[in-house]
Design a protein around this ligand. Structure first.
Ligand code: BV8
Ligand code: ZN
Length: 235
């Protein structure tokens, strides 16, 4: 098997096969007729922390029932098999870690981590449902928030730098299950293209990235990615 440097960017589409609605799905991804973008903002949280936490508590309950699918498991196999493999995810559902990946760059955080809005308390909290909404800091009593990046918030600069470096140095970038609409995440594969690497996109449909990809493999990633990996390993 040839051993190129591989960087992977995943989006909500890889978790669709695990029963987690994407951001672009119809009714089943809406919660009480709110679109995630309306509630996933610091302004919404400041205005109504209880409503925003009801939204996240509902999503946590969905995600707690979800199990990694064949796409997640393939990415864990790839991390173990390849000497230079970096997984960058936009997903906050924790399924890549549940599948066995350990070297994960979380661009938008992790829904299972909470942090205090006042002191430096930060911890994992997997309780579903949460006993009290909005949850309060056990140390200082202030409001807790999900340790994730909301729209209009900046990403962790170190995480973003490491992700950019991985895509700059990659010979091959796999972009899986993302509509490539949200920035700066959507820009990452262009670093690979700029440095002469190849981009393969796995999606159900063509996206804004498709015209720039070397290859677009259409179909559910829980099917197309395992098939691609099986073929790749034999080269
Ligand atoms: C930033 C955590 C600097 C929260 C997320 C105007 C005003 C303010 C900001 C902006 C603006 N214009 C642009 C911006 C920047 C903004 C942005 O990009 N907005 C978009 C909407 C235009 N970005 C930001 O705000 C970022 N911060 O830029 O800081 C700054 C600061 C201030 C002002 C300006 C700039 C922060 C963005 C992070 C937000 N947090 N998540 C939460 O989840 O609650 S983003 C969230 O949405 C996800 O993490 C993900 O990134 C994105 C959803 O995208 P996808 O994962 O791609 O999912 P989607 O549903 O869209 O698509 C699914 C795909 O899968 C589809 O293509 C589908 O075909 C495919 N699919 C479905 N099933 C399958 C499949 N594929 C394969 N197999 C299947 N089975
Ligand atoms: Zn606190």
């Amino acid at each position: 098997m040839n051993r190129p440097k591989i960087a992977v960017l995943t989006g909500a589409g890889v978790s669709k096969g695990s029963g987690i609605p994407t951001y672009r799905d119809g009714a089943d991804s809406l919660w009480n007729h709110y679109h995630p973008q309306e509630l996933a903002t610091p302004e919404a949280f400041a205005r109504d922390p209880k409503l925003v936490w009801e939204f996240y508590d509902w999503r946590r309950q969905n995600m707690a029932k979800a199990r990694p699918n064949a796409a997640h498991l393939t990415l864990a196999e790839m991390e173990a098999a390849l000497p230079d493999f970096t997984l960058v995810t936009q997903n906050i559902d924790g399924l890549h870690r549940a599948a066995g990946n350990r070297n994960i760059l979380y661009l938008h955080g992790d829904i299972w981590l909470v942090r205090c809005t006042e002191c430096d308390y930060r911890d994992e909290d997997r309780r579903v449902p949460l006993p009290e909404l909005p949850p309060r800091c056990p140390r200082c009593g202030a409001l807790l928030r999900p340790d994730i990046v909301w729209f209009g918030e900046t990403l962790n600069p170190q995480t973003l730098y490491e992700a950019e470096q991985a895509f700059r140095s990659a010979d091959l970038a796999l972009v899986i299950g993302t509509s490539s609409v949200v920035y700066p995440a959507a820009y990452l594969p262009f670093y690979t293209i700029e440095t002469g690497g190849r981009v393969i996109e796995f999606n159900m449909e063509r996206t804004a990235l498709s015209p720039y990809a070397s290859e677009v493999i259409l179909g559910p990633s829980e099917k197309t990615l395992p098939a691609w990996w099986k073929n790749f390993r034999q080269t």
